[in-house]
Design a protein around this ligand. Structure first.
Ligand SMILES: Nc1ncnc2c1ncn2[C@@H]1O[C@H](COP(=O)(O)OP(=O)(O)OP(=O)(O)O)[C@@H](O)[C@H]1O
Ligand SMILES: O=C(O)C1=C[C@@H](O)[C@@H](O)[C@H](O)C1
Ligand SMILES: [Mg+2]
Length: 163
C-alpha cells in the first residue's frame, strides 16, 4: 500500500516522509529530489530555464512512476485536476496541514522554492486555493501545527495500521 503525503510548502512532507521511512522500514521517495535527479538540475533552474509547465509535466510523470511505499509530493502536486483522484485510487493520501502564517515562517526567503518567492498576499491566496484542494483529495488530514515531526509520524503510523 502506498502513502502519499500532500500539503503546502513547508508542511514538512519531506521531513516526515524520511522519518516515517526510518521508523517503519518502508521505502520512501521525495518527488522533488527525484525530479532534480532526472532533470540533472535544481528545481529553481528547471523553473527558470524550462518554465513551470515543463516542471509540472515531469512532476506528474515522476509521481506515476514512483515505486516507493511512502511518497513525499511537491506543494503543487494538484496542478492537474486528475492527479488527486489518481493518488486516491493508488494509495492513502494524507494532508499535512498547518495555518498559512506558520508555513510562511518556515519557507520565507528560501531560494530553493521558486514559488515561495511570490509576494506574501499572493502566496496566502495560493495557500487558500490549494488548502481546499488538498482537503478534498485527502483520505486523512493531520495537523502539523506547532508539533514535532516525531509526533506527526506517530499519528501517521496509527492511521496506516487502521487502514
Ligand atoms: N514539524 C515541524 N516544525 C517546525 N519546522 C518544521 C517541521 N517540519 C519541517 N519543518 C521545517 O520546515 C521546512 C520545510 O520542511 P520540508 O522541506 O520537510 O517541507 P515540505 O512540505 O517538503 O516542502 P516542499 O513542498 O517545498 O517540498 C524545513 O526547514 C524543515 O526543517
Ligand atoms: O508549491 C509548489 O508549487 C512547489 C513546491 C515544491 O515542493 C516544489 O515542487 C516546487 O518548488 C513547487
Ligand atoms: Mg518537500
Amino acid at each position: 500500500m502506498k502513502v502519499y503525503l500532500i500539503g503546502f510548502m513547508g508542511a514538512g512532507k519531506s521531513t516526515v516522509s524520511r522519518l516515517l521511512s526510518s521508523k517503519t522500514g518502508e521505502s520512501y521517495s521525495d518527488l522533488d529530489s527525484q525530479i532534480e535527479e532526472i532533470a540533472g538540475k535544481k528545481i529553481s533552474a528547471i523553473f527558470k530555464e524550462d518554465g513551470e509547465a515543463a516542471f509540472r509535466q515531469i512532476e506528474v510523470s515522476t509521481l506515476k512512476a514512483a515505486e516507493a511505499s511512502i511518497i513525499s509530493t511537491g506543494g503543487g502536486i494538484l496542478y492537474f485536476d486528475e492527479t488527486g483522484q489518481w493518488m486516491r485510487q493508488n494509495g492513502i493520501v494524507i494532508y499535512l496541514h498547518a495555518p498559512f502564517k506558520e508555513l510562511y515562517s518556515r519557507i520565507k526567503g528560501d531560494q530553493t522554492r521558486p514559488v515561495a518567492a511570490k509576494p506574501y498576499k499572493e502566496l496566502e491566496a495560493l495557500f487558500n486555493k490549494r488548502d481546499a484542494g488538498y482537503e478534498e483529495v485527502a483520505h486523512h488530514m493531520v495537523s502539523v501545527s506547532d508539533r514535532t515531526p516525531e509526533s506527526t509520524v506517530k499519528e501517521i503510523i496509527s492511521i496506516i495500521r487502521n487502514s
